[in-house]
Structure formats: C-alpha cells, structure tokens
Ligand binder design. Structure first.
Ligand code: 1HE
Length: 271
C-alpha cells in the first residue's frame, strides 16, 4: 500500500475506507457493517467525492468491496423514515445517487465489485454501476422496494433492466424474487461466481490495470455512452473513439510485439 496522493488524502471519508496500492489499484470499502452498509445521504456524498477524485489521482482500477457479511442493504430506510422527506427532497437525493453511480459507470476507470451477502435494493443499484460484478456463494440479489412501498430511485430501471431485462426486473420488484448462485450469473446479475469474490476481484483488477489507461477509459465510458445513442450515432462515435484509441503512441510497442511474434497469442486455457 502507498500513502494516498493529494486528491485522495484530503477526501475525509467516514463511511467508506480507501487504500491504494503501488500499481494504482484503489480498494474502496463500504464501511458501515453495523448498518449492513445501508446507503445514507452521507455515504452517497462520499461515493461522489471518491469517484470524482480517482481520475485526477491516476487510479487505474477500483475494487469496490464491503466490510461485514453483506455488501449493501440499499437505501438507509431508518434515515429515510426519520427524515420524513418531501417529494422534492427525495427527488434531489436520487439525483445525488445518480451522480455517484454515473461517475462510476462513465468515469473511464474499471470498477470491479466484490460481492457477498445482501446486494439488495439500492445496493444492487450500486453494484450495477460497476463494470464487473464478482459474486460468491453467500451473495444474493433482490429488489425489495415493492414490498416496502417504495420504488427504485438509484438507476435500477436503467442498469438492472439492462442486465436482466425488463420482465425479470418487474418480477423481482413485484414478487421479491431473489437470485443467487449460478442462476444469478445466468440472468446477468454477476459475471463471475467464485469461492472468494475479493481474491477474484483483485485478480481482475490487476489484469485490467495492465491495459493502457486510454483503452480502459474508452471501454469504461464509451460503451455506456453509446448505449444511449441511436445505432447510427453509436457506430459513428465508435469509429471516433477507435480513431483516437487505436492510434495512441503507447499501443505501438504492443502492436510491434505482435507483429514480430513476441506478443501474446490469444488461446484458451491462458486464464
Ligand atoms: C439498515 C438497513 C437499511 C439493515 N437501512 N438500516 N433494502 C432492504 O429492504 C433491505 C433491508 N435490510 C434487510 O433486509 C436486512 O437488514 C439484511 C438482510 C440486509 C441483513 O439482515 P441482518 O439480520 O444481518 O441484519 P438486521 O438485524 O436486519 O440489521 C442490522 C442493523 O442494520 C440494524 O440496525 P440496528 O441499529 O437495529 O442494529 C438495521 O436497522 C440496520 N439496517 N438494513 C437502514 N436498508 C434510491 S431508492 C433505493 C430503494 C431501496 O434501496 S429500498 C431498501 C431495500
């Protein structure tokens, strides 16, 4: 671990914990296990500040993990109940959630979520803003909003519907259906199901951090943006991004290595 560089050192986090290793891999931990890492307004503010600072700090990949047995129990229902918010106040709060999650999804730095236990409600909204989700045997996914008299507000109608499809998301909300294990991977809620989600997330973070940052920037921002465009505009934008990424000077050494036969060949069984 290295000392945090200036934009990260001054973040003053209370509900999140942050470390950075010498390869530029940040580990951001949800750190309210006594509240099952429920997202109160303060935590959402910390997520915004952290993901705003990462690009400036030169972070190359982020592992998003949690303290305690559960990843995240979603909206802090106790805070919400106590605050007795007006429609306008909750509307504004949702925009803060969107700001945090958009910074994750569109920020250009790979975010890998190491999941366990409950990934529910707003916790699933948080996880679905990561680029890669790694589950273990304890991980379960649900959208309990329906039974609590609530509705998703942190982007699930976009991101979770994107992952599992509209019909499955509606079923999850209407009936409280829980997905876990191989079925969760099958429906798209996680890309990996492993024994140790943190170890796998680290392995994946190290692999992604070895890519060129400009390439990762395109992968972790352009694809999401292009999904918001018409097919014709997306194809045009793709060509533009490829024009920039595929001619970057830093890629020349990798291309040369392939051309002279020393670069890696893509074969199954290489991990
Ligand atoms: C909480 C929260 C929370 C736990 N807000 N405080 N989310 C939900 O409907 C999930 C609600 N939580 C649960 O169903 C369970 O807590 C868990 C399955 C996640 C964990 O169960 P368990 O038995 O390990 O813990 P617990 O005894 O229920 O809770 C331990 C403490 O965490 C307790 O606080 P304490 O002070 O009484 O010890 C709980 O109150 C606290 N806690 N979950 C606040 N969510 C932008 S819109 C998004 C909409 C939503 O996300 S809806 C929320 C969906």
């Amino acid at each position: 671990m290295t000392d945090l560089p200036p934009p990260l050192a001054s973040l003053s986090l209370a509900n999140l914990a942050l470390t950075l290793d010498d390869r530029g891999i940040a580990t951001l931990s949800l750190n309210r296990p006594q509240k099952r890492n429920a997202l109160d307004a303060a935590t959402v503010g910390e997520l915004i500040r952290a993901f705003t600072a990462f690009p400036e700090a030169g972070v190359r990949a982020v592992i998003l993990r949690a303290e305690g047995p559960h990843f995240c129990a979603g909206l802090d229902l106790v805070e919400h109940h106590g605050a007795d918010r007006s429609p306008a106040e909750f509307w504004q709060l949702c925009l803060r959630w969107h700001e945090a999650f958009n910074r994750m999804e569109y920020g250009g730095i790979p975010v890998i979520a190491a999941l366990k236990g409950a990934v529910v409600g707003g916790g699933l909204e948080l996880a679905s803003a990561a680029h890669i989700r790694v589950a273990d045997a304890s991980t379960y996914f649900a959208l309990p909003e329906g039974s609590r008299g609530l509705f998703t507000g942190g982007g699930a109608t976009i991101r979770v519907a994107d992952l599992v499809g509209k019909a499955r998301m509606i079923d999850m909300m209407l009936t409280g259906r829980i997905y876990r294990g191989a079925e969760a991977v099958e429906v798209g809620l996680a890309q990996y199901l492993v024994e140790d989600s943190e170890a796998k997330a680290r392995e994946l973070a190290e692999a992604t951090a070895a890519n060129l940052p400009l390439t990762n920037f395109a992968i972790c921002s352009a694809i999401s943006h292009m999904q918001n465009m018409s097919a014709l505009d997306a194809a045009y934008a793709e060509a533009t991004v490829a024009g920039i990424v595929n001619t970057q000077p830093d890629a020349r050494a990798r291309l040369k290595a392939f051309a002279d036969g020393t670069g890696p060949r893509i074969k199954p069984g290489q991990g």
